[in-house]
Ligand binder design. Sequence first.
Ligand code: J2J
Length: 531
Amino acid sequence: MTVLIEGAVGWPDEVAATYRERGYWRGDTLGDLLRTWAERSGDDIAVVDGDERISYRDLDHRVDVRAAGLLDLGVTRDDRVVVQLPNTPEFVVLLFAMARIGAVPVMALPAHRRSEITHLVELSGAVGYVIPAVYQGFDHRTLAAELGVEHVLVAGDPGPYTDLSTVVGERRELPPVDPESVAVLLISGGTTGRPKLIPRTHDDYAYNARASAEVCGFTAADRYLVALPIAHNFPLACPGLLGILGVGGTAVLAPAPSPDVAFSLIQQEKVTVTALVPPMARMWVEATEWAEEDLSSLRLLQVGGAKMDPDLARAVPPALGCAVQQVFGMAEGLLNYTRLGDAPDLVENTQGRPLSPDDEIRVVDPEGRDVALGAVGELLTRGPYTLRGYYRAEQYNATAFTPDGFYRSGDLVRQLPSGHLIVEGRIKDVINRGGEKVPAGELEDLLLAHPAVAQAAAIGLPDDTLGELVCAVVVVAGDRRPKLKELRAHLADLGLARFKQPDKLVVVDELPLTAVGKISKRDLVARLTDR
Ligand code: J2J
């Protein structure tokens, strides 16, 4: 078994050897790669943020200096640091600086709040927390005060903490980092209970980004708009930031994905490619009705995170003047892409096919037997960039993976003879709210902490805009019916991210049960959608 970091299982030795032989794993760390890219593309622009343009050479230099500064602080190899920065150059510099010293960023999303962040700090045993001072009205420093981590680094007014811009040291020779060690810990959206952490190694993540860039036809002439939150796997490495830097192109950082922000950046920076979730892609298509910006530089829009309506897939090319690509990915690894040369029927009606020739796919029935080609079943997968176990989750891993290392995705799919997959549903207890994942159990536990709630079930209800809305179904304790607003305020008090808070509340006398006495969510959804 390859050793990633304490608490994370890797691939069996002979499998790892195959991945190396076939050239997927090349033995470079993300820190080494940036050095190579800087030697190749020195004066070209790597990152654009507003008026700031950062060349590859400058980025490489900033990364060295920050890496030294982190070491001087005492942050060192294998140390975990929760990083919660928006789409800014600080994020990019920190990512590579941590890679260079072998420290591991835990990729929190900007929307996460006390509930998620305390969980991430505890689970990862983080020694640090890196934040903006205030972002979207939320003062991250007040949250930092509750965490008790050793290092709080702030981009902006640091208050009582350390100003991130002062975390600089003298450029120096750095101790080597193992390319098979963990480069990042991504947050899972697809698990039961509290979110789990996904270890991604330098080798596997570099391959993930490089192969994705190839499938998307990235070249040095491309300019990728980082529109979604950069900590998410999709804009980070599919091909995203890492993929565009790998080919010598430019990453243009957007503060938000909405058309009013993104369209002017596309025009100004001649953006050629970007990635969105389906509801945002729909907003873009609709915005072309009135927007006056010139979007003619766009050549490709990637859409993923939730299932895209075929109508939307058809509407993108005429409205935005670019090709559309469906991406069915997961932070756990496996990525499926429709290919640039695929027939329109495949691009519109499938969620793509696996990225790597060595992605192994099984589609199985509830007993774990392979179904016939074309039949619906659960998608299992293993491969050169798919995890073999969540971080520090031994017990959970025993059921989340088959004994021979396939990850049970919880997604229901069927596969066409061409290899393309169609997502038909899911068996995991997660609500997919327009690409944002809400683990039902996490929400239910917090709902139950409200004095007026005796029982709770969180379910997804169909919605035209978001695909699914979060619905809380509760049985009341006592004689006072809680209001939706009150429950949302309660969840906000407990520090739950806003996107996980219910959009709807339904009060029932009792929850339907399955034959084995569990809450039957299928019955609940059926009941509530009939209405
Ligand atoms: C249906 N369901 C989809 C799609 C993801 C690229 C793109 C997306 C993600 C992502 C990602 C879907 N149609 N096109 O990491 O790099 C649902 C599935 C899947 C889960 C994973 C990337 N694309 N899904 O969404 O880790 O249920 O990754 O298992 O957030 O989203 O969620 P996440």
